[in-house]
Ligand binder design. Structure first.
Ligand SMILES: Cc1ncc(COP(=O)(O)O)c(C=O)c1O
Length: 395
């Protein structure tokens, strides 16, 4: 297959759906008024804003007034946690998990500096949360549990219903970072009793720079962005209307793709995963294979450097991702894989492929032709090679 680009990094970001772009364009060209203006050229746009809110709320089976539009998933996570902490100053304890995205995880130092206690709950080798540890961590001072719905690196889905049940027994609020779950699995906030849930447009074929927070009706929360009266005074700032309209359309498209289309994507993901495990020795799946979003696979390829693998894949036009980040010259293994106890021969060589509705069987086949050749070549050069030989001799 001659292929310009095979994009299998949809957990990083997604392409804007053509239908989404189409609906956005009038708001970038002619309909540039400010929805807060008194005259009709601006004020009439309120109805477009509210239509987008209705469409978004429909995806989550919640009331439109429970949706607050923001600039991104990171802002939504900050709004949720800081907004709740500021609304309940008498509570002094927050619980997170060890595998949260930096948008949540990196709030821990801020919270500690503010004088709060922060507990981070661990996961097992398959990335599953330790619910007994969670229950034991709650006490009278606990305000909030923040647990993601689906992990961005492994795709593992967390048992939010169970987490909510435990939290409610202790009178504790629940925030979920749902950024990687939206558009991949059905979400129904009329049944799932979370108090807050963050989402981000660019993860489900809306543009970058727009997201939102589900805030359950009646919940006391302080605004994070303090300013004008927009979003019922819960988030100041002139609305990014074109992108919000795009997000509304993307939510509608996502709702229509949760059935058969999700199964098609899952089948493609499984074909990719099976093919990799079959053709590459010493490879394994990281994360609970049963409870995962349908588009994600994280494959650990032992005795190899993930960064080298990514560069070689890039040369062949394939976009994927690794949990390692090259920070100040030293490779930092992913905090998620470390929390899972992935062995060091594998933690550096873990690759994440994340598919989308635009992924084709031919693209998957191209990866399956290309990846084993690259791995074979790199393993010959691998600094881990001697270790492999040591292991082969059983030392
Ligand atoms: C789980 C999770 N939470 C939050 C974010 C941040 O979203 P945004 O890029 O919209 O700020 C991401 C982005 O990768 C994510 O994967």
């Amino acid at each position: 297959m001659s292929q310009a680009r095979v994009y299998l990094d949809n957990n990083a970001t997604t392409q804007i759906a053509p239908e989404v772009l189409e609906e956005m364009l009038p708001f970038l060209r002619d309909k540039y008024g400010n929805p807060s203006s008194a005259y009709s050229f601006g004020g009439n746009l309120q109805k477009d804003l509210e239509r987008a809110r209705d469409r978004t709320a429909a995806l989550f089976s919640c009331h439109p007034t429970e949706i607050v539009f923001t600039s991104c998933g990171t802002e939504s996570d900050n709004f949720a946690i800081r907004g709740l902490v500021d609304a309940y100053p008498e509570k002094t304890h927050v619980i997170l998990t060890k595998v949260e995205h930096p948008a949540v995880k990196n709030q821990a130092p801020y919270l500690r500096k503010k004088g709060l206690r922060v507990t981070e709950i661990g996961v097992d080798r398959q990335g599953r949360l330790d619910l007994a540890e969670l229950a034991a961590a709650m006490d009278n001072e606990t305000l909030l549990v923040s647990c993601m719905l689906a992990n961005n690196e492994t795709g593992v889905i967390f048992p939010l219903e169970e987490i909510c049940r435990i939290a409610k027994e202790h009178g504790v609020f629940v925030h979920t970072d749902a950024v990687q779950a939206v558009g991949k699995i059905p979400l129904d906030f009329s049944r799932l009793p979370v108090d807050l849930a963050a989402f981000s447009g660019h993860k489900f074929h809306a543009p970058k720079g727009v997201g939102g927070l589900f805030v359950r009706r009646g919940l006391k929360i302080r605004p994070f962005l303090i300013g004008g009266h927009q979003e019922r005074s819960r988030r100041g700032g002139t609305e990014n209307l074109a992108s919000i309209v795009g997000l509304g359309r993307a939510a509608e498209l996502a709702a229509g793709r949760l059935g058969e289309e999700a199964t098609r994507v899952r089948d493609l993901r499984d074909r990719l995963e099976r093919g990799i495990l079959r053709s590459i020795a010493n490879s394994e799946v990281n994360g609970d294979p049963e409870h995962r979003v349908p588009n994600t696979t994280n494959v650990g390829i032992h005795f190899i450097e993930g960064e080298a693998l990514l560069l070689a894949l890039d040369k062949q036009g394939i976009c994927a991702s690794t949990g390692s980040a090259c920070a100040s010259g030293s490779l930092q293994p992913s905090h998620v894989l470390r929390a899972m106890g992935v062995p060091f021969t594998c933690v550096h060589g873990s690759l994440r492929f994340s598919l989308s509705t635009y992924t084709t069987p031919a693209e998957v086949d191209y990866v399956l032709e290309t990846l084993p050749v690259i791995v074979g070549r790199l393993r010959e050069l691998s600094p881990f090679r001697s270790l492999r030989e040591i292991e082969a001799f059983g030392a």
